[in-house]
Ligand binder design. Structure first.
Ligand SMILES: [Zn+2]
Length: 479
């Protein structure tokens, strides 16, 4: 009798300790849960849950699994994905987002577009307010298009940071350093001081990762590149730079190092390291790839911008095979005229198939990897974002599959790469917060952005048209 009695006591203690009773099953209360979706985790084993659940508390993913997981949790907010595709938010690894103010300009077939059109247009029309308002527009389009993190090189990064946070996105933002006077720095290389102040201010921000952004090896001196390298090591922040975008950049570098390529030059200067994210790489050689791989640097592959700019096709497939950190980018909105990644996805695959004359490479799963965990790796943020795994930041998107263009949906990776467009994104969640639901932005008055954008358009139009007439006379590509 005594033995039985003690067994009963022990059992009730156990029930109390686990919060379990026969009438009320154990549940843990969380902030947010996404249920009833086809969950592509993008983890190392490419786990897919056909009827999956993602559980979020605060800014973090705490569980991912099949439908049975939903019984273990109650949530303040449940998103029913209705058989849609649930995946990590996409990562756009290279952008100049405020150039969205100029999107659609300079489309008259200008040969020397960067120097004869981009730079004079920016010199005349850029200012703090335009950068802020254009970032609001760009970040809104990113959120509506399922991009949760973007990397950007531009000016007045404090304005970009504020506007990005207002929309609710995550970003890696680098103040451009260049040998010319620019909008926020009247002397050459003024971006160095501006950039260091920006880095100090945002070093511990939950959404903004501050960075340095020397424009390119041919527009920034060797001493300045080395100074930026010291600072990126000191603050442990990324350095974003354009590299091997144009042919023969090595001919425009400082003499003395006999560099064979911009990558070789950066290596010989001692600045090519794990902090660096190299944008484009159209003309990377095999030796360049070895140097990048050894340095553990990241690469931003921008197939649409490179096709539109007729610069070439980066050897992205070789980079993937060599386990180089490579993600997808759109480049600025004057270069690809896109900021979200949907059209870029099919370009990313198809341009590689053309380059290598091989239809078996860059299958859709590999493209989605590049757009998510690959982008996170390129930015050295894979410990925080890029896949749906417990412990990672809750950056999640839901893409519906009931629109005509999304049907049928045999292979979700192929559906996303070749069928989807931004309007199929139904929810965008960043850092555990819903920033877009059912095609409506949560934190932003869309009409206010429309009014601001029309004002920018009216201010720029006449000047831009006159500039285009002059620029079309300029013939040299790299003068
Ligand atoms: Zn760029």
């Amino acid at each position: 009798m005594q033995g039985t009695h003690f067994t009963g006591i022990n059992l009730s203690v156990l029930l109390i300790a686990t919060g379990c009773t026969s009438t009320a099953p154990k549940t843990t209360h969380v902030d947010l849960m996404v249920t009833n979706g086809q969950v592509l985790t993008m983890d190392k084993e490419h786990h897919v849950y056909p009827q999956g659940v993602v559980v979020i508390n605060g800014d973090t993913i705490i569980a991912v699994g099949d439908a049975s997981l939903a019984k273990q949790y109650s949530a303040s907010k449940v998103i029913n994905a209705k058989n849609g595709i649930v995946l990590p938010g996409m990562v756009n690894t290279h952008n100049h987002l405020p150039m969205i103010a100029f999107r659609g300009l300079g489309e008259e077939g200008i040969e020397n577009r960067l120097f004869a059109y981009f730079f004079p247009l920016e010199k005349e029309k850029l200012n703090r307010t335009l950068i802020h308002n254009a970032t609001l527009l760009g970040a809104s389009e990113l959120a509506l298009g399922g991009v949760t993190t973007y990397a950007d090189m531009y000016y007045h990064m404090d304005e970009m940071a504020q506007a990005t946070k207002q929309v609710g996105l995550r970003a890696v933002l680098g103040e451009t350093v260049i040998k010319y006077p620019v909008v926020d720095a009247p002397t050459p290389y003024g971006g160095l001081e501006y950039g260091e102040n920006f880095v100090k201010t945002y070093l511990h921000d939950p959404l903004i990762t501050p960075a340095f952004a020397p424009h390119a090896a041919y527009t920034v001196g060797s001493k300045e590149l080395q100074r930026i390298h010291e600072l990126s090591v000191k603050y442990n922040v990324p350095t974003l730079i354009h590299a091997a975008e144009f042919p023969h950049e090595e001919q425009r570098l400082e003499d003395g190092l006999a560099a064979k390529s911009p990558v070789d030059y950066l290596y010989k200067l001692g600045v090519l390291d794990k902090h660096m994210v190299l944008a484009h790489g159209v003309n990377f050689s095999e030796d360049d790839l070895k140097l990048i791989q050894q340095a553990d640097a990241g690469v931003a592959y921008n197939p649409m911008a490179n096709a539109k700019g007729a610069t070439g096709i980066a050897p992205a497939w070789d980079m993937l095979k060599q386990h180089i950190r490579i993600g997808l980018g759109t480049d600025g909105p004057m270069s690809s005229n896109q900021v979200d990644l949907w059209r870029t996805l099919s370009y990313a695959a198809n341009m590689q198939r053309l380059r290598y004359h091989d239809r078996t490479i860059m299958i859709p799963r590999q493209v989605i990897e590049m757009a998510t965990i690959g982008g996170a790796k390129a930015l050295h943020m894979e410990d925080q974002i890029g896949s749906l795994e417990p412990g990672k930041k809750a950056d999640v998107i839901v893409v519906e599959t009931h629109s005509m263009n999304m049907m049928p949906n045999y292979n979700p990776y192929a559906t996303l790469v070749y069928q989807a467009n931004p309007s199929n994104v139904e929810y965008t969640i960043v850092n555990g917060k819903i920033v877009m639901a059912n095609r409506k932005l949560t934190n932003i008055d869309e009409d206010e952005i429309r009014t601001k954008t029309i004002a920018i358009e009216n201010d720029i139009r006449i000047f831009a048209q006159e500039l285009a007439k002059k620029a079309i006379q300029s013939k040299s590509v790299m003068d």
